[in-house]
Design a binder for this molecule. Structure first.
Ligand SMILES: *[C@@H]1O[C@H](CO)[C@@H](O)[C@H](O)[C@H]1NC(C)=O
Ligand SMILES: *[C@@H]1O[C@H](CO)[C@@H](O)[C@H](O)[C@H]1NC(C)=O
Length: 352
């Protein structure tokens, strides 16, 4: 009995380790070869699929081993303990492998040359914002230059309640570009200067604040957070016109961070085709030649660790851009970095 159990578990372990090794090797072979656009509609599916396979095979094998332990083992305590130790060791190896995959993907991205410097100057930059007191959570809101009323609403709403509770160690910060050429640039800028004087919660870079530049806005947020707020733990990004239950969202981030170092949570879209019609979201075939977007998260509400913001910023400087910022950051850059994009039933918003 003892011998057969050992034999069975030994066999299962061998299959497990060999399968894992094969999957990792084939994953990296695929991942490191392409250097133009490391994705297309097909390869994203395939990649997702092989990752799923990888994880689910591990899980199945792990549970098989546990089943074996339960059903086959006679009450031979010594033996059980030895095998349980083996199992624990195996789990540790699995976690290490998963971390290796993450680090390897990040290194691959960082080894690529920078093709998009994001070196716009700051018009307003409260560099001390995250360091003058200890911050756990930075709530960031991309906002159009003339959206003064919406910013005021955000300053009064339940985001403020969350920020006002000192135990939460949270702060709220708006991100603007420079007034667009259509309007009265001087007046708009003067209003922003006044608003900044009064509330001190604005970062403003000197790229033109227009809808088509929303990718620059996104990158400016990643840049600022990873440069000036690296001591915070989580980033919560919302549009300036949505209401959320901040406590609930932060709980989801905490819960997720127990099992993952880097991740993005939001509301996921899969298999969206690019719009080639008169849509607000029009994108040319030249800019995005593929028939389907990779899975991505809607930009209206996103949560991620600060470490993830840094990786995304680095990836964005090394990745051929498309103007649709949510597809670009959470679909393309996150994919290159191998950062999982997740959904959670409690991580949702409603438009006001
Ligand atoms: C941005 O900065 C990099 C290095 O810091 C420099 O090489 C590059 O020319 C700059 N680009 C612009 C547009 O200023
Ligand atoms: C927000 O979520 C928390 C749970 O995290 C819950 O206790 C609270 O009642 C919610 N608040 C509102 C206004 O829904």
């Amino acid at each position: 009995m003892r011998f057969s159990t050992r034999y069975l578990i030994g066999g299962t372990l061998t299959v497990y380790v060999i399968t894992t090794a094969i999957m990792l090797v084939s994953f990296f072979k695929k991942h490191s070869c392409d250097n133009i656009y490391p994705y297309d509609a097909l390869s994203v599916d395939r990649l997702d699929y092989s990752l799923f396979e990888f994880v689910s095979i591990s899980q199945v094998l792990r549970s098989q081993i546990e089943e074996t332990l339960k059903s086959e083992l006679p009450p031979a305590v010594d033996d059980t303990l030895v095998i349980l130790d083996d199992l624990k060791a195996l789990n540790n190896v699995m976690h290490q492998m998963e971390r290796h995959v993450d680090e390897r993907a990040a290194r691959l991205v960082l080894s690529q040359p920078v093709i998009n410097y994001h070196n716009f100057s700051y018009i307003h930059n409260p560099t001390y914002y995250c360091t003058e007191s200890q911050i756990n959570v930075i709530l960031i809101i991309p906002s159009a230059t003339t959206n003064f009323e919406k910013r005021m609403a955000a300053r009064r709403g339940n985001k403020r309640d969350y920020v006002l509770n000192v135990e939460n160690r949270a702060k709220l910060l708006f991100f603007l570009g420079s007034p667009s050429r259509g309007g009265n640039i001087h007046t708009v800028q003067k209003n922003i200067d006044q608003e900044m004087k009064e509330f001190g919660d604005i970062v403003q870079e000197d790229f033109e604040d227009s809808y088509k530049n929303n990718r620059l806005k996104s990158v400016s947020m990643l840049r600022w957070v990873s440069t000036y707020c690296s001591t915070a733990k989580f980033v919560l990004r919302t549009d300036d016109d949505i209401e959320v239950n901040v406590s609930a969202l932060i709980s989801v981030l905490h819960r997720t961070s127990h099992s993952l170092n880097n991740f993005i949570i939001g509301m996921k879209r899969t298999k969206d085709p690019p719009r080639r019609d008169n849509s607000k979201y029009y994108i040319s075939e030249q800019e995005y030649p593929y028939p389907v977007f990779p899975p991505y998260l809607l930009g209206g509400l996103l949560g991620y660790p600060v470490s993830t913001a840094r990786l995304l910023y680095e990836a964005a400087m090394r990745t051929q851009p498309i103007w649709l910022e949510d597809v670009y950051i959470t679909g393309i850059c996150a994919y290159k970095l191998h950062i999982p994009i997740l959904e959670d039933p409690e991580f949702v918003f409603k438009h006001e």
